[in-house]
Design a protein. Structure first.
Lengths: 262, 320
């Protein structure tokens, strides 16, 4: 465990080496927040509520999902690149689990983004517009757990597609499609409250709801008490399913590489 | 000394898709793809004793890397067995890799943006090196390789020679019993090469590290290795000491002739076919010569002749 945390720390330090990128990241996040909040404001046309959802809720939901997607920021072509230049095999020369190492490195990079890009941008957003406070302290803590689980769901989706590069020459196209689908169906840009009913019904059976929407609803107090636990277990279920799929694909891929020689 | 590496009849064939030229041919290959078999490693066996330092050479594409991959556990052989220090590398990879160190000269494993020392720190956690061992090793290696000046510099600012020294240290910090060095001197200047050679020799002598060394630089082989394995087209063509191979070809003499007008020419003779006195007689009667110097064959030349097929290695020159 200590070894893997060390990978995260190293990645975090690595990111700090680029100061310009760091400042531009803050500017970028602030611009994104301002642009989207303006769009929402225009869509509300001064009304207090749309479909029973206030502007502040929409704004809060956007800021939280932006934070999570900030955390989820890494090179999704990493495994493909390693397979293309053949250096993937060298990764097996170390007594570490490559997948866990990757996860922790990505977490390190994500934490860097959250601490240095997202948090300053949130402080800015608080002055710029009114955001909802968390529903209760309990909800806030559960939300943090739910955020971590949401991150894992997102990460596993990416891993599954990355691992496909053992068989496909390029996964860039699939990855792009996946990202569009995730952005729309998990409600990064348009919160899921506003989705047509039929799509809402479908989304319930997909992992997309578990990514951003569950933590947001817990934060806002739309989900409370025991219902929170059932939402968390739904997230855990998706982690189990996706993790299982990724695990099978990964071990098949490694076998292909090691036994058949790529 | 007991054997640390035992390789028996390993084979590794690759299936390569045959690409034909032309539009119709590529359409046809969608349905009916043809494959060629390339014998990357074709029945190689050898043993290496503990504490030996072995040079592993061959032309580009001769099968060196494939062999090294099988020895380091990241590739299964199609047939045959590899046994290293009680492990079967490709089957017990996770346990096995704790005991080896690998340097790929062409690929760095250091963290590009961080000071060199940070990459070493990470090795401490990856291999769970006890603090005392880590500090001792680090101090010793940094001193031997003259690295005090740049250990706190980010890797991206290092020269190739400095980076390579960093890579070698990173692979050796956990005191592995067996080390694979894949072209560790590629692209380096004479001074950096010499430093690395000295270090490799030191590790072998003082820590009894078994070392397998691939290179295209014959100076490396001559200065560092005791034993030489030459691979060509997937087969072992020579296995023996450097001195032996030189002895075998000591009958080949190179004579540099300098003519009256100052021009020079290199001539090669086999003194088993033409004795030296006849060579001299011929030279001095036919030309007007100012000076001659006779050179022993260099390992470079011998290896080149083997690669080019000019020297047939018959059974008795194969060592063992």
């Amino acid at each position: 465990m200590r070894t893997y945390v060390e990978f995260a720390i190293k990645k975090f330090q690595n990111k700090m080496a680029y100061r310009l990128e760091f400042f531009m990241g803050i500017v970028n996040t602030i611009i994104t927040i301002v642009v989207y909040l303006c769009i929402y404001k225009a869509l509300y046309e001064g009304k207090a509520e749309v479909d029973g959802i206030s502007y502040a809720m929409t704004a809060t939901s956007f800021v939280i999902s932006l934070g999570l997607s900030n955390a989820f920021h890494f090179n999704e072509m990493f495994i493909q690149d390693k397979i293309h230049d053949g250096s993937i095999t060298n990764e097996f020369l170390k007594p570490v689990n490559f997948v866990f190492r990757l996860l922790w490195e990505n977490i390190g990079e994500g934490l860097f983004r959250v601490v240095f890009n997202f948090l300053p941008a949130v402080v800015f957003a608080c002055f710029y517009t009114k955001l909802c406070a968390p529903y209760s302290m309990g909800n806030f803590i559960i939300m943090l757990i739910s955020v971590a689980l949401g991150y894992l769901v997102l990460w596993l989706l990416s891993l599954i597609i990355q691992v496909l590069s053992f068989w496909l020459f390029s996964v860039w196209g699939i990855m792009t499609i996946k990202n569009v689908i995730v952005n729309i169906l998990s409600g990064v840009f348009l919160p899921l409250w506003f989705m047509p009913d039929i799509i809402k019904k479908i989304i319930v059976f997909t992992p997309f709801e578990s990514i951003y929407f569950t933590p947001i609803r817990i934060y806002l107090g739309e989900v409370t008490g025991m219902e929170m636990l059932s939402k968390l277990s739904l997230q855990l279920m998706w982690i189990g399913i996706l993790g299982g799929m990724a695990g099978v694909l990964w071990s098949k891929g490694v076998k292909k590489l090691v036994v058949q020689g790529g | 000394m007991e054997n640390i590496i035992e390789v028996k009849n390993i084979k590794r064939y690759y299936k390569i898709a045959k690409e034909e030229k032309g539009f119709w041919a590529s359409l046809k290959s969608l349905v009916n793809k043809k494959y060629e078999i390339k014998k990357a490693v074709d029945d190689i066996s050898f043993e290496i004793k503990k504490g030996e330092i072995t040079g592993f050479i061959g032309k580009n594409g001769a099968g060196k890397s494939t062999t090294i991959k099988m020895l380091s556990g990241i590739l299964y052989p199609d047939s045959g067995t590899v046994k290293i220090d009680g492990y079967i590398p490709y089957k017990q990879r996770k346990q096995y890799v704790k005991n080896i160190g690998v340097v790929f000269g062409q690929k760095s494993q250091l963290h590009w943006d961080l000071p060199l020392i940070e990459s070493f720190e990470l090795m401490k956690y990856i291999y769970k090196i006890p603090k005392k061992v880590y500090e001792e090793n680090l101090k010793k290696f940094v001193e031997l390789l003259d690295m005090e000046d740049f250990i706190n510099q980010p890797v991206r600012q290092l020269s190739l020679g400095q980076r390579m020294r960093g890579d070698i240290v990173a692979a050796l910090l956990h005191s592995p019993k067996l080390v694979f060095l894949d072209e560790p001197t590629i692209g380096l200047d004479v001074v950096a090469k010499e430093k690395i050679r000295e270090f490799i020799k030191y590790m072998n002598k003082n820590e009894q590290t078994t070392i397998i060394f691939t290179t295209h630089d014959m100076q490396d082989i001559e200065k560092v290795c005791e034993r030489l394995i030459i691979i060509d087209q997937g087969k072992k063509v020579y296995d023996g000491t450097i001195a032996e191979i030189k002895n075998k070809y000591s009958n080949i003499k190179n004579i540099e002739v300098m003519y009256e007008d100052g021009s020079k020419e290199m001539k090669t003779f086999d003194i088993n076919k033409i004795p030296m006195n006849q060579v001299m007689e011929k030279l001095f009667t036919e030309e007007s010569i100012k000076d001659i110097s006779i050179c022993e064959p260099e390992i470079d030349g011998i290896i080149r002749d083997i690669y080019e097929g000019k020297i047939e290695l018959n059974a008795d020159t194969k060592g063992e």
